[in-house]
Design a protein around this ligand. Sequence first.
Ligand code: NAI
Length: 384
Amino acid sequence: MSLLNASAAALKRGLASSAPRTYNRGLKVLAVLYKGGEAAKQEPRLLGTIENQLGIRSWLESQGHEFIVTDDKEGPNSVFQQHLKDAEILITTPFHPGYLTRDLVEKAKNLKLCVTAGVGSDHIDLNAAVEKKIQVLEVTGSNVVSVAEHVVMDILLLVRNFVPAHEQITRGDWQVSDVARNAYDLEGKVVGTIGAGRIGYRVLERLVPFNTKELLYYDYNPLPAEAEAKVGARRVEDLKEFVSQCDVVTVNAPLHEGTRNLINADLLQHFKKGAWLVNTARGAICNAEDVAAAVKSGQLNGYAGDVWNVQPAPKEHPWRYMQNPLGGGNGMTPHYSGTTLDAQARYAAGTRQIIENYLQGKPQEPANVIVGVGKYETKAYGQR
Ligand code: NAI
Protein backbone atom coordinates (compact mmCIF):
# COMPACT_ATOMS: atom_id res chain seq x y z
CA MET A 1 0.00 0.00 0.00
CA SER A 2 1.40 3.45 -0.94
CA LEU A 3 1.82 6.04 1.78
CA LEU A 4 -1.05 8.03 0.30
CA ASN A 5 -3.36 5.00 0.31
CA ALA A 6 -2.25 4.12 3.81
CA SER A 7 -3.16 7.54 5.14
CA ALA A 8 -6.48 7.50 3.23
CA ALA A 9 -7.24 4.12 4.82
CA ALA A 10 -6.30 5.51 8.21
CA LEU A 11 -8.64 8.45 7.66
CA LYS A 12 -11.44 6.05 6.75
CA ARG A 13 -10.90 4.11 9.96
CA GLY A 14 -11.21 7.32 11.94
CA LEU A 15 -7.53 7.55 12.72
CA ALA A 16 -7.27 11.11 11.44
CA SER A 17 -6.99 12.44 14.97
CA SER A 18 -4.30 9.96 15.93
CA ALA A 19 -1.56 12.62 16.20
CA PRO A 20 -0.24 12.44 19.76
CA ARG A 21 -1.94 14.93 22.07
CA THR A 22 0.50 17.29 23.67
CA TYR A 23 0.06 18.14 27.30
CA ASN A 24 1.64 21.18 28.89
CA ARG A 25 1.16 19.67 32.27
CA GLY A 26 1.13 16.21 33.76
CA LEU A 27 -2.25 14.52 33.94
CA LYS A 28 -3.57 13.26 37.21
CA VAL A 29 -4.37 9.57 37.03
CA LEU A 30 -6.15 8.14 40.07
CA ALA A 31 -6.45 4.41 40.73
CA VAL A 32 -8.55 2.68 43.39
CA LEU A 33 -7.18 -0.83 43.88
CA TYR A 34 -7.31 -3.34 46.71
CA LYS A 35 -4.68 -3.81 49.39
CA GLY A 36 -2.60 -6.88 48.62
CA GLY A 37 -0.53 -6.95 51.84
CA GLU A 38 2.19 -9.59 52.24
CA ALA A 39 0.82 -11.64 49.34
CA ALA A 40 1.33 -8.73 46.94
CA LYS A 41 4.90 -8.18 48.16
CA GLN A 42 5.69 -11.85 47.61
CA GLU A 43 3.77 -12.20 44.34
CA PRO A 44 4.42 -9.38 41.85
CA ARG A 45 1.87 -10.88 39.47
CA LEU A 46 -0.85 -9.64 41.84
CA LEU A 47 -1.02 -6.61 39.58
CA GLY A 48 -4.44 -5.36 40.66
CA THR A 49 -3.19 -4.33 44.13
CA ILE A 50 -2.09 -0.99 45.57
CA GLU A 51 1.37 -2.49 45.98
CA ASN A 52 1.88 -3.55 42.37
CA GLN A 53 -0.21 -0.77 40.79
CA LEU A 54 -1.10 -2.56 37.53
CA GLY A 55 2.57 -2.30 36.63
CA ILE A 56 2.04 1.15 35.10
CA ARG A 57 3.59 3.61 37.57
CA SER A 58 6.98 4.05 35.92
CA TRP A 59 5.40 4.17 32.46
CA LEU A 60 2.99 6.95 33.52
CA GLU A 61 5.59 8.89 35.51
CA SER A 62 8.15 8.70 32.71
CA GLN A 63 5.68 10.76 30.66
CA GLY A 64 5.34 13.33 33.42
CA HIS A 65 1.92 12.24 34.69
CA GLU A 66 0.96 12.03 38.33
CA PHE A 67 -0.25 8.62 39.50
CA ILE A 68 -2.20 8.37 42.76
CA VAL A 69 -3.01 4.85 43.95
CA THR A 70 -5.19 4.09 46.93
CA ASP A 71 -7.53 1.57 48.51
CA ASP A 72 -9.06 4.28 50.73
CA LYS A 73 -12.38 4.82 48.99
CA GLU A 74 -15.19 5.57 51.44
CA GLY A 75 -16.32 8.98 52.63
CA PRO A 76 -15.56 12.57 51.65
CA ASN A 77 -12.13 12.54 53.28
CA SER A 78 -11.00 9.36 51.54
CA VAL A 79 -8.00 9.61 49.24
CA PHE A 80 -10.33 8.58 46.41
CA GLN A 81 -12.78 11.43 46.90
CA GLN A 82 -10.09 14.03 47.58
CA HIS A 83 -8.12 13.31 44.42
CA LEU A 84 -11.20 12.74 42.29
CA LYS A 85 -11.80 16.50 42.30
CA ASP A 86 -9.04 17.14 39.76
CA ALA A 87 -8.18 13.71 38.30
CA GLU A 88 -8.55 13.35 34.52
CA ILE A 89 -8.37 9.56 34.42
CA LEU A 90 -9.87 7.25 37.02
CA ILE A 91 -8.95 3.57 37.16
CA THR A 92 -11.13 1.30 39.28
CA THR A 93 -11.72 -2.42 39.59
CA PRO A 94 -14.90 -4.35 40.34
CA PHE A 95 -13.03 -6.26 43.07
CA HIS A 96 -12.65 -3.29 45.43
CA PRO A 97 -14.94 -0.83 43.71
CA GLY A 98 -14.45 2.91 44.00
CA TYR A 99 -18.15 3.76 43.75
CA LEU A 100 -18.47 6.72 41.38
CA THR A 101 -21.95 7.95 42.26
CA ARG A 102 -23.82 10.75 40.48
CA ASP A 103 -22.90 13.04 43.35
CA LEU A 104 -19.19 12.31 42.89
CA VAL A 105 -19.46 12.67 39.11
CA GLU A 106 -20.70 16.23 39.76
CA LYS A 107 -17.63 16.93 41.88
CA ALA A 108 -15.16 15.37 39.44
CA LYS A 109 -14.83 18.50 37.31
CA ASN A 110 -11.76 17.36 35.38
CA LEU A 111 -12.69 13.71 34.85
CA LYS A 112 -12.74 12.55 31.23
CA LEU A 113 -11.98 8.85 31.28
CA CYS A 114 -12.92 5.99 33.61
CA VAL A 115 -11.15 2.71 33.03
CA THR A 116 -12.41 -0.46 34.67
CA ALA A 117 -9.46 -2.81 35.11
CA GLY A 118 -11.58 -5.89 34.49
CA VAL A 119 -15.17 -6.32 33.29
CA GLY A 120 -18.32 -4.78 34.80
CA SER A 121 -18.67 -1.01 35.27
CA ASP A 122 -21.85 -0.90 37.35
CA HIS A 123 -19.94 0.76 40.22
CA ILE A 124 -19.94 3.87 38.04
CA ASP A 125 -23.16 5.83 37.55
CA LEU A 126 -23.17 5.29 33.80
CA ASN A 127 -26.14 7.58 33.14
CA ALA A 128 -24.32 10.42 34.91
CA ALA A 129 -21.18 9.63 32.89
CA VAL A 130 -23.21 9.87 29.67
CA GLU A 131 -24.59 13.27 30.72
CA LYS A 132 -21.18 14.64 31.73
CA LYS A 133 -19.48 13.22 28.62
CA ILE A 134 -17.13 11.09 30.70
CA GLN A 135 -16.04 8.00 28.77
CA VAL A 136 -16.20 4.63 30.50
CA LEU A 137 -14.10 1.78 29.15
CA GLU A 138 -13.40 -1.69 30.42
CA VAL A 139 -11.00 -4.42 29.39
CA THR A 140 -13.67 -6.47 27.67
CA GLY A 141 -13.01 -10.17 27.54
CA SER A 142 -10.00 -9.96 29.88
CA ASN A 143 -11.40 -12.34 32.49
CA VAL A 144 -14.37 -14.03 30.83
CA VAL A 145 -12.70 -17.45 30.69
CA SER A 146 -11.64 -17.07 34.33
CA VAL A 147 -15.25 -16.45 35.35
CA ALA A 148 -16.75 -19.13 33.10
CA GLU A 149 -14.44 -21.72 34.65
CA HIS A 150 -15.46 -20.53 38.12
CA VAL A 151 -19.14 -20.85 37.21
CA VAL A 152 -18.68 -24.45 36.11
CA MET A 153 -16.81 -25.14 39.35
CA ASP A 154 -19.60 -23.54 41.41
CA ILE A 155 -22.28 -25.54 39.60
CA LEU A 156 -20.41 -28.77 40.25
CA LEU A 157 -19.63 -28.03 43.88
CA LEU A 158 -23.30 -27.33 44.60
CA VAL A 159 -24.77 -30.22 42.63
CA ARG A 160 -22.24 -32.69 44.06
CA ASN A 161 -22.48 -31.28 47.62
CA PHE A 162 -18.72 -30.76 47.71
CA VAL A 163 -18.33 -28.20 50.51
CA PRO A 164 -19.90 -30.24 53.37
CA ALA A 165 -18.04 -33.32 52.14
CA HIS A 166 -14.72 -31.48 52.27
CA GLU A 167 -15.52 -29.95 55.66
CA GLN A 168 -16.29 -33.42 57.00
CA ILE A 169 -12.80 -34.52 56.03
CA THR A 170 -10.99 -31.52 57.55
CA ARG A 171 -13.03 -32.04 60.76
CA GLY A 172 -11.62 -35.57 61.00
CA ASP A 173 -14.99 -37.26 60.33
CA TRP A 174 -16.10 -39.88 57.81
CA GLN A 175 -19.81 -40.43 57.20
CA VAL A 176 -20.56 -40.92 53.51
CA SER A 177 -24.35 -41.02 53.85
CA ASP A 178 -24.44 -37.56 55.45
CA VAL A 179 -23.16 -35.98 52.25
CA ALA A 180 -24.28 -38.50 49.62
CA ARG A 181 -27.90 -37.90 50.65
CA ASN A 182 -27.77 -34.54 48.87
CA ALA A 183 -25.29 -35.25 46.05
CA TYR A 184 -26.37 -35.54 42.40
CA ASP A 185 -24.92 -35.81 38.89
CA LEU A 186 -24.98 -32.81 36.58
CA GLU A 187 -25.76 -35.16 33.70
CA GLY A 188 -29.45 -35.10 32.86
CA LYS A 189 -30.14 -31.72 34.54
CA VAL A 190 -31.43 -28.56 32.87
CA VAL A 191 -28.98 -25.66 33.15
CA GLY A 192 -29.86 -22.10 32.15
CA THR A 193 -27.97 -18.81 32.00
CA ILE A 194 -29.44 -15.36 32.50
CA GLY A 195 -27.27 -13.47 30.03
CA ALA A 196 -25.60 -15.28 27.16
CA GLY A 197 -22.83 -12.82 26.37
CA ARG A 198 -19.12 -13.55 26.58
CA ILE A 199 -19.24 -15.31 29.94
CA GLY A 200 -22.70 -16.88 29.65
CA TYR A 201 -21.88 -18.36 26.27
CA ARG A 202 -18.52 -19.69 27.48
CA VAL A 203 -20.35 -21.37 30.37
CA LEU A 204 -22.71 -23.05 27.90
CA GLU A 205 -19.74 -24.17 25.78
CA ARG A 206 -18.05 -25.68 28.82
CA LEU A 207 -21.19 -27.54 29.86
CA VAL A 208 -21.68 -29.36 26.55
CA PRO A 209 -19.59 -32.43 27.52
CA PHE A 210 -21.63 -32.93 30.71
CA ASN A 211 -24.62 -34.29 28.73
CA THR A 212 -27.16 -32.10 30.46
CA LYS A 213 -30.81 -32.65 29.60
CA GLU A 214 -31.00 -29.16 28.12
CA LEU A 215 -29.10 -25.88 28.03
CA LEU A 216 -31.32 -22.78 28.16
CA TYR A 217 -30.70 -19.04 28.07
CA TYR A 218 -32.61 -15.87 28.82
CA ASP A 219 -31.29 -12.72 27.11
CA TYR A 220 -32.91 -9.89 25.15
CA ASN A 221 -30.03 -10.18 22.69
CA PRO A 222 -30.62 -13.57 21.02
CA LEU A 223 -27.55 -15.57 20.10
CA PRO A 224 -26.82 -15.98 16.39
CA ALA A 225 -28.43 -19.21 15.12
CA GLU A 226 -25.03 -20.87 14.55
CA ALA A 227 -23.92 -20.07 18.09
CA GLU A 228 -27.15 -21.51 19.51
CA ALA A 229 -26.74 -24.63 17.38
CA LYS A 230 -23.08 -25.07 18.36
CA VAL A 231 -23.95 -25.56 22.02
CA GLY A 232 -27.51 -26.80 21.49
CA ALA A 233 -29.01 -23.99 23.59
CA ARG A 234 -32.65 -22.88 23.54
CA ARG A 235 -33.77 -19.33 24.29
CA VAL A 236 -36.70 -18.83 26.68
CA GLU A 237 -38.21 -15.36 26.42
CA ASP A 238 -40.16 -15.22 29.67
CA LEU A 239 -38.05 -15.13 32.83
CA LYS A 240 -40.51 -16.95 35.10
CA GLU A 241 -40.99 -19.66 32.53
CA PHE A 242 -37.21 -19.86 32.13
CA VAL A 243 -36.42 -20.33 35.83
CA SER A 244 -39.29 -22.81 36.27
CA GLN A 245 -37.59 -25.13 33.76
CA CYS A 246 -34.05 -25.02 35.20
CA ASP A 247 -32.40 -27.28 37.76
CA VAL A 248 -29.45 -24.88 37.77
CA VAL A 249 -29.58 -21.14 37.03
CA THR A 250 -26.40 -19.16 36.46
CA VAL A 251 -26.42 -15.36 36.30
CA ASN A 252 -24.12 -13.78 33.70
CA ALA A 253 -25.69 -10.38 32.96
CA PRO A 254 -24.36 -6.96 33.97
CA LEU A 255 -25.93 -5.04 36.84
CA HIS A 256 -28.15 -2.21 35.60
CA GLU A 257 -31.64 -0.83 36.23
CA GLY A 258 -33.16 -3.91 34.57
CA THR A 259 -31.24 -6.49 36.60
CA ARG A 260 -30.94 -4.92 40.07
CA ASN A 261 -32.90 -7.09 42.54
CA LEU A 262 -34.05 -9.26 39.62
CA ILE A 263 -33.87 -12.44 41.67
CA ASN A 264 -36.14 -11.76 44.63
CA ALA A 265 -38.70 -13.63 46.74
CA ASP A 266 -41.30 -13.37 43.97
CA LEU A 267 -39.09 -14.85 41.24
CA LEU A 268 -37.62 -17.47 43.61
CA GLN A 269 -41.10 -18.94 44.02
CA HIS A 270 -41.04 -19.76 40.32
CA PHE A 271 -37.78 -21.72 40.59
CA LYS A 272 -38.04 -25.52 40.73
CA LYS A 273 -38.00 -26.56 44.37
CA GLY A 274 -34.42 -27.50 45.25
CA ALA A 275 -32.81 -25.75 42.27
CA TRP A 276 -29.27 -24.43 42.51
CA LEU A 277 -28.36 -20.80 41.79
CA VAL A 278 -24.91 -19.51 40.83
CA ASN A 279 -24.17 -15.81 40.57
CA THR A 280 -20.73 -14.54 39.63
CA ALA A 281 -22.18 -11.49 37.83
CA ARG A 282 -23.04 -8.95 40.51
CA GLY A 283 -24.35 -9.42 44.06
CA ALA A 284 -27.10 -6.81 43.78
CA ILE A 285 -28.80 -8.77 40.98
CA CYS A 286 -30.00 -11.09 43.75
CA ASN A 287 -31.83 -9.92 46.86
CA ALA A 288 -29.51 -11.00 49.69
CA GLU A 289 -32.18 -11.69 52.32
CA ASP A 290 -34.56 -13.43 49.88
CA VAL A 291 -31.83 -15.75 48.59
CA ALA A 292 -30.67 -16.59 52.13
CA ALA A 293 -34.28 -17.37 53.13
CA ALA A 294 -34.76 -19.56 50.04
CA VAL A 295 -31.61 -21.54 50.86
CA LYS A 296 -32.65 -21.89 54.50
CA SER A 297 -36.09 -23.20 53.54
CA GLY A 298 -34.75 -25.56 50.88
CA GLN A 299 -36.55 -23.75 48.04
CA LEU A 300 -33.00 -23.37 46.74
CA ASN A 301 -30.77 -26.35 47.43
CA GLY A 302 -27.80 -24.03 47.23
CA TYR A 303 -26.31 -20.73 46.17
CA ALA A 304 -22.74 -20.07 45.08
CA GLY A 305 -20.80 -17.16 43.70
CA ASP A 306 -18.18 -14.56 44.48
CA VAL A 307 -20.00 -11.25 44.12
CA TRP A 308 -21.72 -9.37 46.95
CA ASN A 309 -24.00 -6.36 47.10
CA VAL A 310 -21.38 -4.57 49.24
CA GLN A 311 -17.67 -5.27 48.90
CA PRO A 312 -15.86 -6.10 51.10
CA ALA A 313 -18.86 -8.03 52.45
CA PRO A 314 -19.62 -7.21 56.09
CA LYS A 315 -19.02 -9.98 58.64
CA GLU A 316 -22.75 -10.32 59.31
CA HIS A 317 -23.75 -10.73 55.63
CA PRO A 318 -26.31 -13.58 55.45
CA TRP A 319 -24.58 -15.18 52.46
CA ARG A 320 -21.54 -15.97 54.61
CA TYR A 321 -23.51 -18.33 56.85
CA MET A 322 -26.66 -19.49 55.04
CA GLN A 323 -27.15 -23.25 54.73
CA ASN A 324 -29.85 -25.51 53.35
CA PRO A 325 -31.79 -27.78 55.75
CA LEU A 326 -29.16 -30.52 55.25
CA GLY A 327 -26.28 -28.27 56.28
CA GLY A 328 -24.82 -27.53 52.82
CA GLY A 329 -25.65 -25.40 49.82
CA ASN A 330 -23.23 -22.53 50.42
CA GLY A 331 -20.48 -22.05 47.83
CA MET A 332 -19.62 -18.40 48.51
CA THR A 333 -16.11 -17.00 48.12
CA PRO A 334 -14.66 -13.48 48.08
CA HIS A 335 -14.76 -11.76 44.70
CA TYR A 336 -11.89 -13.45 42.90
CA SER A 337 -13.22 -15.44 39.96
CA GLY A 338 -12.17 -12.76 37.49
CA THR A 339 -8.86 -11.97 39.13
CA THR A 340 -6.76 -15.05 38.64
CA LEU A 341 -3.11 -14.26 37.95
CA ASP A 342 -3.77 -14.98 34.27
CA ALA A 343 -6.66 -12.50 34.27
CA GLN A 344 -4.63 -9.83 36.09
CA ALA A 345 -1.93 -9.93 33.43
CA ARG A 346 -4.62 -9.39 30.77
CA TYR A 347 -6.53 -6.60 32.47
CA ALA A 348 -3.34 -4.76 33.49
CA ALA A 349 -2.11 -4.82 29.89
CA GLY A 350 -5.57 -3.78 28.64
CA THR A 351 -5.76 -0.88 31.09
CA ARG A 352 -2.40 0.42 29.90
CA GLN A 353 -3.49 0.11 26.26
CA ILE A 354 -6.70 2.07 26.89
CA ILE A 355 -4.78 4.86 28.62
CA GLU A 356 -2.13 4.89 25.92
CA ASN A 357 -4.82 5.22 23.24
CA TYR A 358 -6.40 8.07 25.19
CA LEU A 359 -3.11 9.91 25.68
CA GLN A 360 -2.17 9.54 22.03
CA GLY A 361 -5.63 10.33 20.66
CA LYS A 362 -5.90 6.90 19.06
CA PRO A 363 -9.26 5.15 18.63
CA GLN A 364 -10.22 2.68 21.31
CA GLU A 365 -11.08 -0.96 20.70
CA PRO A 366 -14.88 -0.64 20.12
CA ALA A 367 -15.72 -3.66 22.32
CA ASN A 368 -14.06 -1.93 25.29
CA VAL A 369 -16.26 1.17 25.13
CA ILE A 370 -19.21 1.04 27.53
CA VAL A 371 -19.93 4.77 27.45
CA GLY A 372 -18.44 6.85 24.62
CA VAL A 373 -18.55 10.62 24.58
CA GLY A 374 -22.14 11.35 25.60
CA LYS A 375 -23.71 7.97 24.77
CA TYR A 376 -23.87 4.28 25.59
CA GLU A 377 -21.87 2.24 23.08
CA THR A 378 -22.79 -1.20 24.45
CA LYS A 379 -26.06 -3.10 24.20
CA ALA A 380 -25.31 -5.10 27.34
CA TYR A 381 -26.37 -2.56 29.99
CA GLY A 382 -30.11 -2.77 29.36
CA GLN A 383 -32.43 -2.13 26.45
CA ARG A 384 -32.24 1.57 25.70
P1 NAI B 1 -21.30 -9.29 27.95
O1 NAI B 1 -21.60 -7.85 27.72
O2 NAI B 1 -20.47 -10.02 26.97
O3 NAI B 1 -22.66 -10.11 28.14
C1 NAI B 1 -23.69 -9.70 28.96
C2 NAI B 1 -24.98 -10.27 28.41
O4 NAI B 1 -26.02 -10.03 29.36
C3 NAI B 1 -25.42 -9.62 27.11
O5 NAI B 1 -25.69 -10.62 26.14
C4 NAI B 1 -26.67 -8.85 27.49
O6 NAI B 1 -27.62 -8.76 26.44
C5 NAI B 1 -27.18 -9.69 28.64
N1 NAI B 1 -28.14 -8.99 29.48
C6 NAI B 1 -28.13 -7.71 29.90
N2 NAI B 1 -29.21 -7.43 30.62
C7 NAI B 1 -29.94 -8.56 30.69
C8 NAI B 1 -31.17 -8.90 31.29
N3 NAI B 1 -31.91 -7.99 31.93
N4 NAI B 1 -31.61 -10.16 31.16
C9 NAI B 1 -30.91 -11.08 30.47
N5 NAI B 1 -29.74 -10.82 29.85
C10 NAI B 1 -29.25 -9.56 29.97
O7 NAI B 1 -20.62 -9.34 29.39
P2 NAI B 1 -19.70 -10.49 30.02
O8 NAI B 1 -18.28 -10.28 29.67
O9 NAI B 1 -20.32 -11.80 29.72
O10 NAI B 1 -19.85 -10.15 31.58
C11 NAI B 1 -21.11 -10.19 32.21
C12 NAI B 1 -21.01 -9.64 33.61
O11 NAI B 1 -20.26 -10.54 34.43
C13 NAI B 1 -20.25 -8.32 33.74
O12 NAI B 1 -21.06 -7.21 33.42
C14 NAI B 1 -19.85 -8.33 35.19
O13 NAI B 1 -20.87 -7.77 35.98
C15 NAI B 1 -19.71 -9.82 35.51
N6 NAI B 1 -18.31 -10.20 35.69
C16 NAI B 1 -17.92 -10.72 36.91
C17 NAI B 1 -16.60 -11.02 37.15
C18 NAI B 1 -16.17 -11.62 38.45
O14 NAI B 1 -14.98 -11.58 38.77
N7 NAI B 1 -17.05 -12.19 39.24
C19 NAI B 1 -15.56 -10.75 36.14
C20 NAI B 1 -16.08 -10.32 34.86
C21 NAI B 1 -17.41 -10.01 34.68
